[in-house]
Write a protein that binds this ligand. Structure first.
Ligand code: NAI
Ligand code: MG
Length: 512
């Protein structure tokens, strides 16, 4: 589809017509028993885009019960049925691809072009990937001289899925697609900051999803998180968001002894070696700084640059960053939009003040950006910090904004100790033309995803997830299906009954 300013205007007007969304429970739209709602805002204009229910414990219980009621039947569905549903969901997204892009742009502040070319296709691709995977969930058999062992793989049951506001639709896809493929039923809790696209998506697929298979409750995390995750019917929680919230969720899951998968952001290193193509490396630094306003868990927020190429890199980085078009997210040329919320805007600003207090230098940017016609918007200038030491908070903490720190290194040992000096370990980039060095450094990084010579080079089936406090579990890949299923081992004896030994030794070569 050709994107034109007229199409943008018409679609924006249509999508900005405020609606109030209920919670989607057992196939019905219902109001929260709290009687309260939460406004969804456009962070570029502060215009209200709609309302969602401020859910409470009673809603969480109701949703968990609806998901539990739907589980026996859905867990027995055939692979072809799951595949058909996943493909039909992908088609629903494709049918309104530009509308969804508009919802993401209006509610999150991201450029419409990025939402259209990245977020929505990413969500579609996810449903299609797991549509294929639905046929590949099966157990194993192992043969022994005296027995056959069957390992079944069974869906876990009701899963709670809690998602953030930076890429709402994509996050919903990351969570819903594998759970459906595995035969689980779902209670999804989108973020109260931005979930217009998620609510509209659920409304669009409501008639093709069997009642109770997907349930959605909205509200503040502290009101619905604990009652949902500690509900006895809930058998797993999948979460993407901040580390402090993860710690709470892991605590709730501990009460219920249920497995968790966690995707918690990072402080990833984009490493520039002496032999690197410096223009290309600088371009990747620009992209990772500006894309989605830096509200990306895997952003390469620390540029670790070899001292011999530091000046050249910084010159290229600064020059290319100056070309980034910041402005109205609805302008088709815009590359850098508004921070998703006032909270996020204030958080990024606080780090822009902290950097110089810690002794870092603002090389470019460093303040809120003034955008003509959008004075109330939460815009931040793209910012480069130099003179950064790895022990500074700006080099350790996730800022989640268009802010990059340049740190120099002189040899590989020093480089790896800086790169790994982080509680996080989500992603990383390596720029080098030396093959040995590329592999050596990739092995040395304590991080779950590494891109050599192109940052953000996401590929279908790539395991997405982190080391250390970036979380655990992997999404977007066949391994994800293991997180939504459990194994059941059945051993069939092939020998005739042995009257002498009612109980046999566990294994012939066990030590005990
Ligand atoms: P958050 O982690 O508090 O919010 C994410 C989701 O968790 C939302 O749906 C929220 O309602 C829910 N939540 C909050 N408290 C909860 C609780 N007690 N129980 C259950 N669910 C709960 O993130 P927040 O506060 O919006 O953002 C703070 C920082 O987190 C950001 O500045 C960024 O650094 C990081 N973050 C990382 C993301 C990632 O992709 N890994 C995504 C969003 C935020
Ligand atoms: Mg929070």
């Amino acid at each position: 589809m050709e994107l034109t300013p007229e199409l943008v205007r018409e679609t924006a007007t249509k999508i900005s017509e405020p609606k109030t969304y209920g919670q989607f429970i057992g196939g019905e739209w219902v109001e929260s028993s709290s009687g309260k709602t939460i406004a969804l805002e456009n962070p570029s204009t502060r215009q209200v885009l709609g309302h969602v229910q401020a859910g409470n414990a009673a809603d969480a219980t109701r949703a968990a019960e609806a998901a539990a009621a739907a589980f026996p039947k859905w867990s027995q569905s055939m692979p072809a049925q799951r595949q058909a549903l996943l493909r039909a969901i992908a088609q629903k997204l494709r049918d309104r691809q530009f509308d969804y892009a508009m919802m993401e742009s209006l509610n999150n502040g991201k450029p419409i072009t990025d939402a259209y070319t990245h977020d929505v296709p990413g969500a579609i691709g996810h449903f299609e990937y797991f549509a294929g995977a639905a046929f590949h969930i099966h157990g194993e058999v192992a043969d022994f001289a005296d027995a056959t062992m069957i390992v079944h793989r069974e869906p876990l049951g009701v899963v709670a899925q809690i998602i953030p506001w930076n890429v709402p639709l994509l996050m919903a896809a990351f969570k819903i697609a594998p759970a459906l493929a595995a035969g689980c039923t779902i209670v999804l809790k989108p973020a109260e900051v931005a979930c217009l696209s998620v609510m509209e998506f659920i409304a669009d697929i409501a008639d093709i999803v069997p009642p109770g298979v997907i349930n959605v409750i909205t509200g503040y995390g502290q009101d619905v998180g604990e009652p949902l995750i500690t509900h006895p019917a809930v058998r797993k929680v999948a979460f993407t968001g901040s580390r402090p919230t993860a710690q709470k969720i892991i605590g709730y899951a501990a009460q219920n002894i249920i497995p968790q998968t966690m995707e918690l952001g990072g402080k990833s290193a984009n490493i520039v070696c002496e032999s690197a193509d410096i223009e290309a490396a600088a371009q990747s630094a620009v992209i990772t700084t500006a894309f989605n306003k830096g509200e990306v868990c895997s952003a390469g927020t620390r540029s670790l640059v070899h001292e011999k190429v530091e000046d050249q890199f910084l010159e290229a980085f600064e020059r290319q960053l100056a070309q980034v078009r910041q402005g109205d997210p609805l302008d088709l040329d815009t590359q850098l939009g508004a921070m998703a919320s006032k909270t996020q805007f204030d958080k990024v600003r606080s780090y822009l003040e902290l950097g110089p207090e810690e002794g870092a230098r603002i090389h470019v940017g460093g303040k809120p950006a003034q955008i003509e016609g959008l004075q109330d918007g939460y815009f931040i200038e793209p910012t480069i910090f130099t003179d950064v030491r790895t022990d500074m908070r700006i080099a350790q903490e996730e800022i989640f904004g268009p802010v990059n720190s340049v740190i120099r290194w002189k040899d590989e040992d020093e480089l790896l100790s800086i790169a790994n000096d982080s509680i996080y370990g989500l992603a990383g980039g390596i720029w080098t033309t030396n093959l040995n060095q590329a592999h050596r450094l990739a092995r040395g990084l304590e991080t779950g995803m590494i891109w050599i010579n192109r940052y953000y080079n996401f590929k279908p089936g790539m395991p997405l997830g982190g080391y250390k406090q970036s979380g655990f579990g992997r999404e977007g890949t066949l391994e994800t299906l293991k997180h939504y299923t459990q194994s059941k081992a059945v051993v069939i004896n092939l020998e005739e009954p042995n009257s002498k030994y009612a109980v046999r030794a566990p294994a012939p070569n066990a030590d005990s």
